[in-house]
Design a protein around this ligand. Structure first.
Ligand code: AMP
Length: 204
């Protein structure tokens, strides 16, 4: 099965993609993490990507598509998180997705989630200081690496990311709705409740 998770920043895509990977042992590919990996390498491309990410702007479609295409080449089962995010990405991706899960979230809930978010610097697991805290302060439960606050989790960048989402990603949702492969999930609830609804959709 080829699945994509869509929804605004703060919808919980990363958390649910991780939970699905853990439960169903299907690899997830997280566009944001793949881009941040490139930034870490400090290559010319990485520096260019960092500039877009820190300002909350989408990375050019060609760069995002090239990275994702390389990753999923030849794979029959995967979960995509944060891709495709624009209609151009949909068109150039050319993969037939089986299901697109759209996690709806109110703006104020998304913003409060982003404000408390912490991420593992190594395995990229996502935590929240209030709703999903790590067992040990500042450390990943799984690989014990340091948790960090993302550089684009500033008020300005968050505002920009929510705007991008409206302008660029909502048309993608409409596209998959018309294709009748979109499943809408109410993301304004606890992690447990939302995940219970998502996992019912899967038969790997
Ligand atoms: P995320 O981790 O999904 O919140 O993404 C963080 C940032 O990475 C976004 O604000 C964009 O700058 C970039 N990004 C993530 N996914 C994409 C994508 N599909 N296309 C272009 N840029 C992306």
């Amino acid at each position: 099965m080829k699945i994509a998770l869509l929804g605004p920043p703060g919808a919980g895509k990363g958390t649910f993609a991780q939970m699905l990977e853990d439960e169903f042992k299907v690899k997830r590919f997280v566009m944001g993490d793949l881009l941040r990996e490139e930034v870490k390498k400090k290559t010319k491309l990485g520096k260019e990507i960092k500039n877009y990410i820190d300002n909350g702007v989408l990375v050019p479609d060609e760069i995002a598509c090239n990275i994702m295409r390389r990753k999923i080449k030849g794979k029959k089962n995967y979960i995509l998180d944060g891709f495709p995010r624009t209609l151009l990405q949909v068109k150039s991706f050319k993969e037939d997705l089986d299901k697109v899960i759209y996690i709806t979230t109110k703006n104020e809930i998304a913003i409060s989630r982003l404000a408390g978010r912490r991420q593992c610097s190594k395995c990229h697991r996502v935590y929240h200081i209030k709703t999903n805290p790590p067992k040990e302060d500042g450390k990943c439960d799984f690989c014990k690496s340091k948790l960090y606050i993302r550089t684009d989790e500033t008020e300005e960048a968050i505002k920009q990311r929510l705007e991008n989402y409206k302008k660029e990603t909502e048309p993608v949702i409409e596209y998959y709705k018309k294709k009748k492969i979109l499943v809408e999930i109410n993301g304004n609830r606890s992690i447990k409740e939302v995940y219970e609804d998502i996992r019912k959709l899967f038969k790997w």
